[in-house]
Write a protein that binds this ligand. Sequence first.
Ligand SMILES: [Zn+2]
Length: 67
Amino acid sequence: MLFICLLIQFLVSSLETCKSPLKRDCSGTDIKLYIQVGEERLPICSKCWEKLADSDAEWDEKGFRRG
Ligand SMILES: [Zn+2]
């Protein structure tokens, strides 16, 4: 049983979910692209990418700014 639990945990963690800086709780899995923010490479789902592209937000290796 422990083995099955570990297996499920592995599968869930290998599924990438959206980590949009504008919507931290988004759990979208239709990852459109990645943005580099500081040290992190954040997966962004297509819905959040639309919002991000429309916003005045900026990001680079120093971090994320809402604009
Ligand atoms: Zn998203």
